[in-house]
Design a protein around this ligand. Structure first.
Ligand SMILES: [Zn+2]
Length: 430
């Protein structure tokens, strides 16, 4: 690609950018929390169809994916989980194919009185677009779509097949991306514009979610000595899990991509419930755990270590020793993933193409980061050997209040994505 062509592509993104902001605002107005993604997915499907993509909209059947590597257990059914994929079928297939992936689900908005404005009535202020999901990651979906639009406005299409994916379930299992693999979507590389400040994510941790169920003996508090307090029994178990967390984070055990980070694996006790009455010794307690693991760390082995840690601590407890905790998995059973895990040249070529695109837009080198969270990249990377680049705009307060995305950053990422597509796939006349 010569400089004239690069400039034309970046200007084409500029020319469509007002429309991209309007699209992003409309998409953000759909409150697509888990189980309520349908209206947003209908909107995406209509936009893809209108643009002439071959649109595939389907209900995920948990039976189709439950046996596949990377599946995370779910509670309840999937009667409402709809994926949408729009495919550009290249006429020449002269270049390398690409998956452009983004998730449509957003995390709950939390108490509305903590927001300065309605999280689903997006507004622009001082260069930021506010709303739940604006950054994580509807701006990424907009960027993927409008990068293709920009090429089209110049009379070009990618010279290879491109699958535009809008998936559910990223925030709790990743089963939406897994369902795309099961349905047969494959490409030479994938791009996911999650909001990591225009850095390239080189590695991500895995995440395990589990529930620990404890029983006690309910008595009146006046005779508390004869009962067993299920809430207090959780305390030494949580302490033991933090000891395990500290062991896993020791410098000698750290994955090479995380050498600089003194505490990449985080244990979180995200939720606890128990008891029924202030004057009754609680008979039950349930706490929910989130634990990180490194890329390459065996997830079954990690699960065994976590279970052994809980059972070992329980065996030291007078009541739990004979009334073992019950451990239930639901939600994430996600392995870690690093671009360095790929053998062969394809990952390096994809990274180089993105480096060139980023440099052209920003006039500086692409920064790289190993993140302490997970993304859907692991499915394409680990289970389809598809190098997956996570590269998206700057956002703020994702999962928090007054979530917002930096619109100039969205513009730059859309430009870089358009240049990346042109470089990676090549171009053919419409
Ligand atoms: Zn996200």
């Amino acid at each position: 690609m010569d400089d004239t062509q690069k400039t034309a592509i970046m200007q084409a993104v500029d020319g469509l950018f007002d429309g991209e902001i309007a699209f992003l605002a409309e998409l953000t107005s759909h409150p697509s929390t888990r189980g309520k993604e349908q209206s947003a997915q209908n909107f995406m499907a209509a936009e893809l169809t209108e643009r002439g993509y071959r649109t595939d909209r389907w209900l995920i059947d948990v039976n189709d994916i439950a046996q596949l590597p990377g599946f995370s257990p779910v509670i309840g059914n999937y009667d409402d989980a709809v994926n949408v994929v729009g495919t550009h079928d290249s006429r020449s297939n002269a270049g390398r194919s690409l998956i452009l992936n983004g998730h449509i689900d957003v995390v709950p908005e939390g108490p509305l009185d903590m927001w300065d404005a309605n999280p689903y009535a997006p507004h622009v202020d001082d260069g930021w677009l506010y709303g739940r999901g604006s950054g994580d990651m509807k701006a990424g979906l907009a960027s993927n779509l409008f990068a293709l639009d920009a090429l089209k406005s110049l009379g070009f299409a990618p010279a290879a097949n491109v699958h535009f994916q809008s998936v559910v379930e990223e925030e709790c299992t990743g089963n939406g991306a897994l369902a795309c693999l099961q349905r047969g979507y494959r490409a030479d590389a994938a791009l996911i514009p999650e909001p990591f400040d225009e850095d390239l994510v080189t590695a991500q941790v895995g995440v395990i979610w589990l529930e620990v169920h404890l029983r006690g003996i309910p008595v009146h508090v006046a005779t508390a000595g004869s009962g067993s307090n299920a809430i207090e029994a959780a305390i030494p178990l949580i302490a033991a899990l933090h000891d395990l967390e500290n062991r896993w984070n020791r410098p000698e055990g750290r994955h090479c991509d995380y050498g600089h980070n003194h505490h990449p694996l985080n244990l979180n006790i995200g939720r606890i419930q128990g008891g029924d009455w202030a004057s009754s010794v609680p008979a039950w307690c349930v706490f929910e755990v989130r634990m990180g693991i490194f890329p390459g760390q065996d997830i079954d082995e990690a699960r065994r270590e976590i279970e052994n840690t809980i059972m070992e601590a329980a065996s030291q407890h007078p009541f739990l020793a004979n009334n073992r905790p019950e451990i239930i998995y639901h939600g994430f059973l996600a392995e870690g993933y690093a671009l360095s895990q790929h053998k062969g040249d394809t990952a390096g070529q994809a990274i180089s193409a993105l480096e060139r695109a980023h440099q052209s837009v920003n006039g500086k080198a692409l920064d790289k980061v190993a993140i302490t969270a997970t993304t859907d990249a692991r499915f394409f990377g680990l289970y389809a050997d598809t190098p997956t680049l996570v590269y998206g705009p700057k956002a703020d307060a994702i999962h928090g209040f007054n979530e917002r995305v930096d619109l100039e950053s969205v513009r730059r990422v859309t430009q870089a994505t358009a240049l990346f597509i042109a470089d990676w796939c090549g171009l053919e006349p419409l």
